[in-house]
Design a protein around this ligand. Structure first.
Ligand SMILES: [Fe+2]
Length: 362
């Protein structure tokens, strides 16, 4: 399990935001074991929530601290990879202390829902704040911030007018010029799943085959590695999440500034359905000991204050309509986003994975 030093320090020094794993036995519940041999018999605590988060952003601490200040509810944080958190909740079963699960992709929220690990929540605040295509219709999970999967290009070798859509990257002129990370990555799986939803499996498979045929290299590295490869001229275009571009552009490291000066961003599919958008989102865990606090926490995350933290500090797009992205992200320009329901990213995930495998996307 990935444990961050800053979080351990926060817990050990008794701050409101605490990463419990690292200071205690990993199998121990944050607020005391919820099992039958526990004195209270419950992990419920009027003033706490146990948050399992796959978001690894130091800036999220501001969300937890502000929530605690406003409500008096302490946030006990366990950070890990989404699949590990899902397995942890499963293995903890009915005694899981987890109240809220947050992931960085709709596909994994859907997976958690399919495993029966989430519970439906009815909240007027959440329903009013979050567009219907960015949340589960039953209320098992809710999108809290958005990320656009954009095209990054090297302006030395590519003119923006040459670029139009994800699909156009299958044209012969792009042979050997496209970089993208592995098909094992959930962002790519969700992109393909969304295309299955909007265009059907057959057309999507043809697109993926064409894209793979134009790869500059076998997939390697994360989204940042693709951006660096474009800047270095190893490929001319890459498909990446927008906030990785913002992060490189904001970096004060000379190496990153060099990368930033050699790339530009384009929102694909503007004359069609719009650019693919994914969510980071969360849901209340099925056996949440602190359900009421968990709902309050999710509701806090769609307040203007919290949405501005997502936007300003994590370079994400807010899900709430009248909140603006930060100036770095705004500099990429406005764009039309696809309104394919993010629910389909999970539903179509198994087909997307098989299709990418058949197409030879490593
Ligand atoms: Fe990411």
């Amino acid at each position: 399990m990935k444990i961050k030093r800053r979080s351990i320090i926060a817990f050990c020094s008794g701050l409101a935001v605490s990463l419990v794993v690292g200071c205690t036995n990993q199998t121990q519940a944050p607020t005391g074991e919820a099992g039958a041999d526990n004195a209270t018999g419950s992990a419920a605590n009027a003033g706490e929530i146990n948050l399992y988060s796959a978001r690894h952003y130091d800036t999220d601490d501001a969300l937890y601290t502000n929530f605690t200040e406003e409500t008096g509810i302490k946030v006990n944080l366990i950070e890990s990879d989404a699949d590990e958190l899902i397995e942890k909740i499963k293995s903890e079963g009915a005694n899981s202390p987890a109240d809220v699960l947050i992931t960085v992709d709709a596909g994994r929220l859907w997976r958690a829902q399919e495993e029966g690990l989430l519970q439906p929540i009815s909240s007027e605040k959440l329903e009013a704040a979050i567009p219907a295509n960015l949340r589960d219709p039953q209320g098992n999970w809710f999108g809290l911030s958005k990320r656009a999967r954009v095209i990054v290009y090297n302006p030395e070798n590519v003119k923006p007018e040459e670029l139009t859509s994800y699909e156009a990257l299958t044209e012969p002129e792009w042979k050997g010029r496209v970089c993208i990370r592995s098909s094992e990555n959930i962002y790519n799986q969700s992109l393909v799943a969304s295309k299955i939803e909007s265009k059907g499996a057959e057309e999507t498979e043809n697109w993926v085959k064409g894209l793979v045929a134009n790869f500059a290299r076998p997939p390697e590295g994360n989204d940042t590695a693709q951006i660096k490869a474009v800047a270095a001229g190893q490929c001319d275009v890459a498909i990446v999440n927008h906030y990785y571009v913002a992060r490189v552009k904001q970096s004060e490291e000379a190496e990153d500034q060099e990368v930033a000066s050699n790339i530009a961003v384009l929102f694909p599919n503007q004359n069609e359905e719009g650019t693919h958008v994914n969510i980071s989102g969360g849901g209340v865990v099925a056996n949440a000991p602190n359900k009421e606090n968990a709902v309050k926490f999710l509701e806090y995350l769609v307040t203007p204050e919290a949405q501005e933290i997502f936007a300003n500090q994590a370079n994400e797009y807010p899900v709430v309509a009248n909140i603006k992205p930060n100036s770095e992200v705004a500099s990429f320009g406005e764009f039309k986003e696809s309104d394919v329901n993010v629910l389909s990213y999970g539903k179509n995930n198994p087909d997307a994975v098989k299709l990418m495998d058949r197409a030879g996307w490593k």
